[in-house]
Design a binder for this molecule. Structure first.
Ligand code: NDP
Length: 400
C-alpha cells in the first residue's frame, strides 16, 4: 500500500486523481493520495469531485513546483513513496531534484522543455540516470498516451507480433468537436509550442526536418471515425523509440487537425501571438503565448462541451518469422463517456489513465528499477492488461 503525491490539478491531474482513487478502492495499491498544485483551490475542487464520485478522501496542498526547497518541505511533510508530476514540462527537473533530495520515486507525462526555447528533448532528464540509479530510485518518463501508451504499444508489438520493426507511424486523431471557435485540448501554451515547431522524423539512422505542418497524409480511422487528414510533427517519444526498437528504419508521428484549428493558428502566428519571447507593453514584459493562453478556454472546461471520439495508435511494419507483416494497434476513446466517468474530456482522460497505471506498475513493484526509464524499456504485458481494466481498451489487427 503506497502513499503518493500528485502535483498539478489541471485537466490531466484531475483525471489522475480520480483514477488513482478508483484504483485505490479496487485494489488497495494506493492507501494515501495527496493532491498539490500552484493554486490550492483547484486541488480542492478536484478533491471534492473525487470524494463525491468514489468516496475517497484526498488531502490537498499548495506548492510552487519551480521552488525546490518548497517542494522538499512538502515531500518531508507528506512522506510519499512517489510523485506523479502532472504540472507542466518546465517543472520536470525541479521535481526530479526534489525527489532525489528526499528519496522519492518519480513519474511524469511530458519531457522537460526550457521556458525560453520551444525544444523538448530527453537529454536533460536522461542526464539524471546515474543519480537516480545510485539513489535506488525509479524515474518513469512520459507515462501519458503519446508519449506513454504509444511506447508500450511498440514494446508489446515487438514482444508478441513482430521479431523486428522496420517502420513505425504513430497516428493521433482527435475526431471530437467542442464547438468553440478555437481551443486546445491540453495546456494551450505547451500545445501551441509543440504544433508550431518544425517537423522531424527518423529515416535510415538520421533525423530529417520538415517545415511545420508541411507534410500530410490521409488515414482511414476505425470505429466509424473514417478518413482524416493527418500532419507530420515531431513528437517526443520518437527520440527514445528510435534508440530502443530493434531494427527501426523509419519512425514518424502524425496528428489530425481541423482546417478551422489550422486557420486560427496561422493567423495567431502571423500577428505574433504565438511568440515565446517577452514583448515590452505599457511598461511591462508580456510573453504573447502566455497572454494568449490566459484568453483561451481552460482545457478542463471543454469536458461538458466535447462530443466524438479520439483514436491513437501505432501502424508498425516489420518481420515475423522471416515474413513481412504490418499491424495496427490502437485505442478509441469517447469524449462523452470520459466526461460521464470523471468529468473530463478524452485528451485529459487518455493521458491521465496511463499516468495512474504507470504509478500502479511502480508501486506494485513490477516496474521499479533504479534509474531513469522510458516506457518501452519496461515489460509491456501488465500495463497492457491494466489499460483494458481501467478504461482504455485496445485492439491489434493485422493489415493487408
Ligand atoms: P493544465 O494547464 O490544465 O494543468 C497544469 C497544472 O499544473 C495546473 O494545475 C497548474 O496550476 C499546475 N502548475 C503549473 N505550474 C506549476 C508550478 N510552478 N507549481 C505547481 N503547479 C503548477 O495542463 P494539462 O493538465 O493539460 O497538462 C498537464 C501535463 O500533461 C503537461 O505537462 C502536458 O504536456 C502533459 N500532457 C501529456 C500528454 C501525453 O499524452 N503524454 C497529453 C496531454 C498533456 P494552476 O492550476 O495554478 O495553473
Amino acid at each position: 500500500m503506497a502513499n503518493i503525491l500528485i502535483i498539478g490539478a489541471g485537466g490531466v491531474g484531475s483525471v489522475v486523481a480520480h483514477k488513482c482513487a478508483q484504483a485505490a478502492k479496487a485494489t488497495g495499491v494506493f492507501d494515501s493520495i495527496t493532491l498539490a498544485s500552484r493554486r490550492r483551490e483547484r486541488c480542492d475542487t478536484v478533491a471534492t469531485s473525487v470524494r463525491e464520485r468514489t468516496g475517497f478522501h484526498m488531502p490537498t496542498a499548495q506548492v510552487d513546483a519551480d521552488n525546490v526547497p518548497e517542494l522538499c518541505a512538502l515531500l518531508r511533510e507528506v512522506k510519499p513513496d512517489m510523485v506523479l508530476n502532472l504540472a507542466l514540462p518546465y517543472q520536470d527537473l525541479h521535481i526530479m531534484d526534489a525527489c532525489l533530495e528526499c528519496g522519492v520515486h518519480y513519474l511524469d507525462t511530458a519531457n522537460y522543455e526550457p521556458l525560453d526555447t520551444a525544444r523538448f528533448e530527453y537529454k536533460w532528464q536522461w542526464a539524471y540516470q546515474e543519480r537516480f540509479r545510485q539513489a535506488g530510485l525509479t524515474a518513469l518518463l512520459g507515462s501519458g498516451f503519446d508519449p506513454g501508451v504509444t511506447n508500450v504499444f511498440a514494446a508489446w508489438v515487438l514482444k508478441h507480433e513482430l521479431d523486428e520493426v522496420h517502420v513505425l507511424d504513430i497516428i493521433d486523431c482527435n475526431a471530437g468537436d467542442h464547438g468553440q471557435p478555437f481551443a486546445t485540448n491540453f495546456n494551450p501554451e505547451i500545445n501551441i509550442r509543440e504544433v508550431t515547431a518544425r517537423g522531424r522524423y527518423w529515416e535510415r539512422g538520421e533525423w530529417v526536418e520538415t517545415d511545420p505542418l508541411s507534410w500530410s497524409m490521409n488515414f482511414d480511422f476505425p470505429d466509424g471515425i473514417g478518413p482524416k487528414k493527418c500532419y507530420l510533427m515531431y513528437h517526443e517519444e520518437l527520440e527514445s523509440l528510435v534508440q530502443n526498437l530493434k531494427g527501426i528504419r523509419r519512425a514518424r508521428f502524425w496528428m489530425t487537425f481541423s482546417d478551422n484549428y489550422l486557420n486560427h493558428l496561422k493567423v495567431l502566428g502571423n500577428v505574433g501571438m504565438t511568440r515565446i519571447d517577452p514583448v515590452r507593453f505599457q511598461g511591462q514584459d508580456i510573453v504573447p503565448i502566455q497572454f494568449l493562453s490566459a484568453l483561451l478556454p481552460d482545457p478542463s472546461s471543454l469536458g461538458p462541451l466535447t462530443r466524438g471520439k479520439t483514436c491513437i495508435g501505432n501502424l508498425m511494419r516489420g518481420l515475423k518469422n522471416g515474413r513481412e507483416k504490418t499491424v495496427y494497434i490502437y485505442n478509441v476513446c469517447d469524449h462523452e463517456a470520459c466526461y460521464a466517468e470523471v468529468g473530463s474530456q478524452a485528451i485529459s482522460y487518455t493521458t491521465g489513465v496511463p499516468a495512474m497505471i504507470g504509478a500502479k506498475m511502480m508501486m506494485e513493484g513490477q516496474w521499479l528499477a533504479p534509474g531513469v526509464w522510458n516506457m518501452e524499456q519496461m515489460d509491456p504485458d501488465p500495463f497492457m492488461a491494466d489499460l483494458k481494466l481501467y478504461g482504455l481498451p485496445w485492439q491489434c489487427v493485422e493489415i493487408g
